[in-house]
Design a binder for this molecule. Structure first.
Ligand code: PMP
Length: 425
């Protein structure tokens, strides 16, 4: 389907065929959903053995009674699990409650109101505080910034991660910049793994930025590869040590998409100085995390390869769904200009770009045909995709057959919207 080269007659013929196909799909009254970036019930069931695993024994290795209050840092075993996920020393990892998003919100609030390096470092001392947001990205990150009152500027993402020339330029030119979001492995939604060069350049930002600059390194998909040959991520902790910028990066992760999405354990890894200031504030918010749940996780992942073996089981469930999406996209758009995407090798999403101006139309056509997609624009700050082209596809929850069905509809909607746009031009 080469829309540029096609004659008006040819375009009209395609439009008629696609309208007919679309009407047939609509008549089926489908009820499919590609919106939810969450584990399927089958994935959640992989962790059912956590239930009852303590069997009445609530003490951790140090003899702490995990039922009681205390231990702001989390129990040692959980911190070690976080260290394994994040790739930082356990002594610099805190194990918290069930949500890394909560930790990110708390860390950003503390940095904004109280400072992560004494009261003078609080971002609200500046006239304006701005975060760099690589786009497309994760809508809840933008929500945290908006909620706290932090301004957002965007930089593009490519197959290697954020456009680092743009990031460095912004930092040099705009003193209001206090931080940057990053989802470095199997990014939400593009599935991209940041290249070694991008990781090294992010680690060096602390040397050119405002002293209070912090990268929020959200490694939500650190171990969520779909196959053994998926790209690895360079270790930012190590890179920061080499660059002398340990204070400039806060790392987050959780077991939300490893065990139970609503009952996992979240982690924060940071320099001694950052952790110390963060904990001063955290101590006003809680007496300590849910250590019983942390202990359940520690017991569940006891053994050298337990985590890797567990993630292989997740991959076996998710892989066919991703393959279905990618096969449909390749077959329909591999040889034309109608769409672009990254072949995600892990994570929870595939990000698709239509021709400029069509994302909303495609989402609306799909919705009318019984396939729910994440609203167009959600992957950009303030819900504004300037190109109106990005659509996030989340295939983990539906069955493989449902993904297959939904992707046929998706492809039809993209083609229909594209042909109609070409006809109107
Ligand atoms: N970060 C990213 C990039 C995510 O995609 C998600 C979940 N969709 C989260 C954080 C939420 O993690 P948690 O459940 O630990 O709050």
């Amino acid at each position: 389907m080469d829309l540029q080269a096609a004659s008006k007659d040819q375009l009209q013929q395609w439009a008629q065929q696609l309208e007919a196909e679309y009407e047939t799909i609509k008549a089926q009254k489908l009820g499919l959903d590609l919106t939810r970036g969450k584990p399927s019930a089958e994935q959640l069931s992989l962790s059912n053995a956590m239930d009852g695993i303590l069997d009445g024994n609530y003490s951790d290795d140090a003899g702490t009674d995990c039922r009681n209050y205390g231990g702001l840092d989390g129990i040692a075993g959980a911190r070690a699990l976080g260290a394994e996920l994040i790739g930082a020393p356990a002594s610099n990892v805190m194990a918290g409650g069930n949500s890394s998003l909560t930790l990110m919100h708390q860390a950003m609030s503390v940095a904004y109101h109280y400072g992560l390096n004494g009261p003078e470092s609080a971002w609200n001392k500046q006239e304006k505080a701005t975060f760099i947001c690589p786009v497309p990205g994760y809508d809840r990150h933008y929500g945290v910034c908006e909620h706290i009152g932090i301004n957002m500027v965007t930089v593009g993402m490519d197959a290697n991660g954020p456009d680092m020339d743009a990031v460095e330029k912004l930092i040099k030119e705009d003193s209001s910049i206090v931080g940057m979001w990053a989802v470095p492995r199997f990014s939400n939604p593009t599935g991209v793994v940041y290249s070694d060069d991008v990781v090294a350049r992010i680690a060096k930002l602390g040397n050119i930025a405002n002293a209070n600059f912090r990268v929020f390194w959200d490694n939500a998909y650190a171990v969520h590869a779909l196959s053994d040959d998926a790209p690895q991520l360079a270790n930012i902790w190590q890179a920061c040590k080499e660059a002398g910028t340990e204070d400039s990066v806060l790392q987050f992760a959780s077991t939300s998409k490893i065990t139970f999405a609503g009952s996992g354990v979240a982690f924060l890894a940071a320099s001694d100085a950052n952790l110390s200031d963060f904990k001063k504030s955290l101590g006003f918010m809680t007496i300590g995390p849910d250590k019983v749940n942390q202990l359940r996780h520690v017991k569940f992942f006891a053994g050298d390869h337990a985590l890797a073996e567990h993630m292989n089981k997740h991959a076996a469930i998710i892989r066919p769904r991703f393959e279905s999406v990618l096969n449909h996209l390749q077959a329909a758009f591999g040889n034309n200009e109608l769409g672009q995407w990254e072949s995600a090798q892990g994570g929870y999403f595939i990000s698709f770009d239509t021709q400029p101006g069509l994302a909303k139309e495609v989402v609306s056509l799909a919705s009318e045909a019984g396939v729910k997609l994440t609203p167009a624009g959600a992957t950009f700050p303030y819900g504004q995709d300037p190109q109106n082209s990005n659509i996030r596809i989340a295939p983990t929850v539906p069955t493989v057959e449902q993904v297959d069905e939904a992707m046929k509809v998706f492809v039809c909607c993209v083609k229909l919207a594209s042909v109609k746009q070409a006809l109107a031009a």
